[in-house]
Ligand binder design. Structure first.
Ligand code: 5RP
Length: 232
């Protein structure tokens, strides 16, 4: 594995710190994105060295593929009653450890897996820490059926919402075959109210606000140190 530098080193260092929370016998959720990829690679190396007996479930096809390459044992989420721990990345983390996720379009499964977990540890480089959520466009996954109607309802809540995320020449489709609308809202003053308003729109499958779900955030620096950030 080539040694990373800068933000990438921060991601790897945070992932390494998260590995310290993994114990034999655990059921583990594997997040998605470039930071979660570091965790998957390091976990795979740890398993290869021996002595770590765990069962994992992946939050995306991409993570599933990487985990298999790394020799990590995978099972379907439905094979577990509960997960002990999920380790995942985030696009924004506020001081209450509320999150915006879904930059990779995996937030539907990520949220289902996080909700099934006793603990959600977020790993990230320092750029993800923000005083207030909302500078990152909020991903909202919507069903393709009736998408025009859903977009109009969505616009009533968050303003104009172009269908601009692309997957090649076509609109981006999630692993579950839905569109993702990236809503440029700006500072989100009342995240619970926004989350409730979005969830109430028929056709909205899931939004990227993860409120009250993370138990801790492990933040890596470009110098290769990591710190444990707790809720304030
Ligand atoms: C995917 C996610 C990712 O965790 C989030 O986008 C962070 O990704 P990265 O670690 O590549 O910055 O929510 O849906």
């Amino acid at each position: 594995m080539t040694e990373p530098t800068g933000a990438e080193l921060g991601k790897k260092t945070a992932a390494a710190m998260a590995l310290g929370h993994v114990r034999s016998g655990m059921a583990l959720g594997l997040g998605s994105g470039s930071t979660a990829d570091w965790f998957v690679r390091l976990l795979g190396e740890r398993i290869m060295r021996g002595g770590l007996d765990i069962a994992c479930t992946a939050t995306s096809k991409r993570t599933e593929t990487l985990a298999r390459e790394c020799g990590i044992p995978l099972r379907a989420l439905d094979d577990f009653d509960r997960l002990d721990l999920t380790v995942d990345g985030a696009d924004e983390i506020d001081p209450a450890l509320d999150l915006i996720k879904g930059g990779g379009g995996c937030h539907l499964i990520e949220k289902i897996v996080a909700a099934a977990s006793d603990n959600l540890i977020i790993i990230a480089d320092e750029s993800k820490l923000v005083p207030v959520l909302g500078a990152f466009p909020l991903p909202v996954e919507i069903a393709t059926l009736g998408w025009g109607t859903t977009m109009r309802r969505l616009a009533e809540v968050v303003g104009d919402v172009p269908l601009e995320r692309r997957g090649g020449n076509d609109p981006f489709l999630t692993d579950e075959g839905n569109y993702v609308i990236d809503c440029r809202i700006g500072s989100i003053d009342d995240a619970p109210a926004l989350a409730a308003a979005l969830s109430a729109i028929p056709g909205v499958v899931e939004h990227g606000l993860f409120l009250g779900m993370a138990s801790r955030a492990l933040i890596g620096s470009p110098e290769g140190t990591a710190r444990d950030v707790r809720k304030t």
